[in-house]
Design a protein around this ligand. Structure first.
Ligand SMILES: [Zn+2]
Length: 102
């Protein structure tokens, strides 16, 4: 019966939270980090957490963004400005990859 297989696929969790080991179900809000870790809504970073992380990276010499997809300190500083402005406009909040839109 094909139907049973389909139902199992639908219940397959997206991933497991790196912070609290909770399964992240399909359709749930989650954060997917640059180094390929899943975080549930409870463990997702705040906008200000990312800004702090990027500020540390751009302050270090030589520029090493690690797994973060960023070509230059200038690009990362632009992200910092953008996120800082967003926090000032709408307040700090969790950064979710799925669910709530950034
Ligand atoms: Zn978690």
């Amino acid at each position: 019966m094909m139907a049973a297989t389909d139902a199992e696929d639908a219940n397959e969790p997206l991933g497991t939270c790196e912070g609290c080991a909770k399964a992240i179900p399909e359709g749930a809000a989650y954060h997917y980090t640059a180094d390929a870790c899943w975080l549930c809504a409870d463990c997702a970073p705040m906008l200000s957490d990312l800004v702090r992380q990027w500020e540390e990276i751009v302050a270090a010499e030589p520029f090493n963004p690690g797994e973060i997809d960023c070509d230059s300190p200038e690009e990362m500083r632009a992200w910092i400005r953008e996120y800082t402005a967003e926090i000032e406009r709408n307040g700090d909040r969790k950064v979710m990859t799925g669910g709530a839109a950034w």
